[in-house]
Structure formats: C-alpha cells, structure tokens
Design a binder for this molecule. Sequence first.
Ligand SMILES: [Zn+2]
Length: 171
Amino acid sequence: MKLLLEISYSKLERETWRGFPHTTKRLNAVQEIDVNTVTFLPYLGTKMLLVTSDVQNVVNGNVYRPLIALVGVKFSEKKVPGWFTFVSDGKRYWCEPVPIETSNVRVRCQCGDFNYRFSWYDHRNKALYGQPFKYQRKTDWYPPANPLEVPGVCKHIGRLARSLKTSGLFR
Ligand SMILES: [Zn+2]
C-alpha cells in the first residue's frame, strides 16, 4: 500500500470512490444528511481550523458530529476582503479560503462506516484527526471492510465538506 501522508479533501474523496466505486451509499447519499450547526475553533499558533458539525440523517434520525481539521490556515483578527469569516467563542475571525484540491486536512466521525472502514487507513495516511478506532475482527472469514485499504470519508463528513464549499471556506 502506498502511503500518501498528506491528503487534501478532494484526494480523500477520490480515494473513497476508488475503494468503493459501485456503492450507492456514502458520497451518493449525502443528501440524506442535514447540517444543523457548524462550529469553528481556530488555533492561530498552529494555523489549524477545527470545523465540527451537528448533522442528522433525515431518513433514520441518527445524529453524528463529523469533524474536518484544516491545516495551514491563514487567519486574521481584522477584516480581509474576500476572506471567509466566522465567529468562535463570541469573537469574529477571518481566514483565507482553503483550496480543497491542495490543502491538507484531517477528518473524523463517530459513525460505523467511518470507524470500521476508514479510521485506520486515514490514520496511516495522516488524514485522521485523533486516535484510530480499534477493533478486532470476530471471524477470519468476514470480508475486509476496506479491501483496497483506501483512506476515505463517510457521508457525514462528505455533507459537511459540501456545506463548507457552499459557504466559501473551501474553494
Ligand atoms: Zn460519519
């Protein structure tokens, strides 16, 4: 397996499609997910922007909290024309829109699809935020959850990314 070690959001989605080209779920099902709130947490010193979101599956009502950590973000505490703006802890910030094709990201979600299929491979490719989910396969005949060992994203992260694109944070 080729390790990527730096992954943009677009690359993560391409790897997800490469690993599971025929699925009708996941990135083909982002329309099932509603974004309720989006929370921004800027780390000015390390140039990281943590974006978390409360999302809900409109089909079954399940709620999740996907996360996208943007790395190498340029922040300003004063208005910069054309930059994305957000409020964190009552204070307004601006940041340069993040190139979705080239800027590195780390992602996380609590759903089973993410944890069983992608968390370990995201971790190996330095695309996971936090520690990988540990699990033991109960049998040795169960088909591998991720046969091509691709890093990737679930539909909750996919939905959050689409909302970041609509809002102009991703460009
Ligand atoms: Zn998820």
